[in-house]
Design a protein around this ligand. Structure first.
Ligand code: FDA
Length: 319
C-alpha cells in the first residue's frame, strides 16, 4: 500500500493531465463500463435517474457537471449553461428546502474559466455568481470544489466574495494541505458550510502532508476545529477512522444529526452510506456526470490499488 502511494499514485495522477492518454482511454469501450461505477452517465436524464434512486433511500445529493482546466471562454460559458439547465431540471424536484437542501451542485472554478490567461478570477467569479443566483431561485445549495494547491488562494478568495451575497455557498478544504487548519478556523468562525476531504492531487511536501498517517492526523485536527465552530461541517471521507471520529466529535460538541453531514462519492461504500442514513445521520452523495469524466476517473484509480486492478483486469479481459 505504501509503495502504491509513493510510486504508482503520483504516476497515475500525472496521467490525469495527459491529453494523449485521455484520448486513448476515452475511446476504449471497456473503460466506459468501469467508469459507470463512479459516474452514472453523461446526460441530465442519467444523473436525475441516479439522484432519484439516492433520494429514494434517504440520501442527499451533490451533483457535479464534470469538467476542469478549461482554457477558453466558450467552454467555460458552455459549462455555466449546463449548470443552469441542470438547476432548472432540479428546481421542480426540490423538497424540504427549509429544513435542509436535499439538492446541491458542486462546481470546479477551473471549469468556469479560473485558468484563463486574462481575467480568469473575474470570469470564474461571474460564472459562479450566475450559477449561485439560479441555485438560489430553485432552492439548491452550491459548494465549490478544491483543486490543486496553486488554485487555493484564488478559489478561497472567490468563495469569500460569493458568500457576501450567498452566505450558504460552501467550499471544500483539503486536510493534506498544511495551510488548512488556518483556513478551517477562518471559515468555521464565519459560519460557513465546509466540506473537509483528505485531498486527491499529487502535492509537494513543501505544502502538503504526504504520509497517510499525517494526513489523517491533520484531518482530525481540522475536523475538531469545524465541529467546535459556528459553521456546518461536511465530512467527506470513506475512511472508517474518520467516520468514527466524526461521531465522537459531534457528541463532544453536542451537535445533533442535523448539524453536520457525512459525504461520500457515488459508487463508493454504498453499504456504509446506507448504514449511516438508516441510523439517522445526514448522508450526501457526490454524483458526477457528463462527458469530461477522464480526470475524475483517474483520481479514483489513484486512490485505491483495487480500483486500478479492477480497471486493468477489465482491459485484459477485453483485449
Ligand atoms: P482513504 O482514501 O484512506 O479511503 C478509506 C477507505 O475508503 C478505503 O480503504 C476504501 O475502503 C474506501 N475508498 C476510498 N476511496 C475509494 C475509491 N476511490 N474506490 C473505492 N473505495 C474507496 N478531493 C479534492 O482534492 N478536492 C475535492 O473537491 C474533493 N471533493 C470530494 C467530495 C466528496 C464528497 C468526497 C467524499 C471526496 C472528495 N475528494 C476531493 C476526494 C478526497 O480528497 C479523497 O481523495 C477521497 O475521498 C479518498 O479519501 P478517503 O478520505 O475516503 O480515505
Amino acid at each position: 500500500m505504501r509503495a502504491f502511494a509513493r510510486i504508482a499514485r503520483p504516476a497515475i495522477l500525472a496521467a490525469s493531465r495527459s491529453d494523449r492518454l485521455r484520448h486513448s482511454v476515452e475511446s476504449m469501450s471497456v473503460t466506459r463500463d468501469v467508469v459507470r461505477r463512479f459516474v452514472p452517465g453523461e446526460t441530465d436524464d442519467d444523473v436525475l435517474a441516479a439522484v432519484a434512486a439516492l433520494r429514494g433511500s434517504d440520501r442527499l445529493v451533490s451533483i457535479d457537471y464534470l469538467g476542469e482546466d478549461v482554457t477558453d471562454v466558450d467552454t467555460a460559458e458552455a459549462t455555466v449553461a449546463a449548470y443552469l439547465h441542470l438547476l432548472d431540471a432540479l428546481g421542480a424536484r426540490a423538497e424540504d428546502a427549509a429544513i435542509v437542501r436535499p439538492l446541491e451542485v458542486s462546481l470546479k472554478l477551473s471549469a468556469l474559466g479560473q485558468a484563463l490567461p486574462t481575467d480568469g478570477d473575474k470570469i470564474a467569479f461571474e460564472n459562479a455568481h450566475a450559477i449561485c443566483q439560479r441555485a438560489q431561485q430553485v432552492g439548491a445549495w452550491v459548494t465549490v470544489d478544491a483543486e490543486d494547491h496553486t488554485t487555493t488562494d484564488s478559489s478561497l478568495s472567490i468563495v469569500r466574495d460569493l458568500r457576501v451575497e450567498f452566505p450558504w455557498v460552501g467550499t471544500v478544504l483539503q486536510a493534506y494541505l498544511k495551510r488548512t487548519e488556518a483556513d478551517c478556523a477562518e471559515f468555521a468562525a464565519a459560519g460557513a458550510r465546509i466540506r473537509l476531504c483528505k485531498g486527491a492531487y499529487d502535492e509537494p511536501a513543501s505544502v502538503a502532508y504526504r504520509d497517510a498517517g499525517e494526513v489523517i492526523e491533520s484531518y482530525l485536527r481540522c475536523l475538531r476545529i469545524l465541529m467546535a465552530g459556528d459553521g456546518y461541517p461536511m465530512i467527506a471521507s470513506h475512511d472508517p477512522a474518520v467516520i468514527t471520529a466524526a461521531g465522537e466529535l459531534a457528541r463532544e460538541f453536542s451537535r445533533g444529526a442535523d448539524c453536520f453531514e457525512y459525504q461520500m462519492l457515488y459508487g463508493i461504500r454504498g453499504d456504509e452510506q446506507h448504514r449511516l442514513a438508516t441510523g439517522g445521520s445526514r448522508v450526501r452523495v457526490y454524483v458526477p456526470f457528463g462527458t469530461q469524466w477522464y480526470g475524475y476517473f483517474v483520481r479514483r484509480l489513484a486512490e485505491r490499488p483495487a480500483n486500478l486492478m479492477f480497471f486493468l483486469r477489465a482491459l485484459t479481459r477485453r483485449t
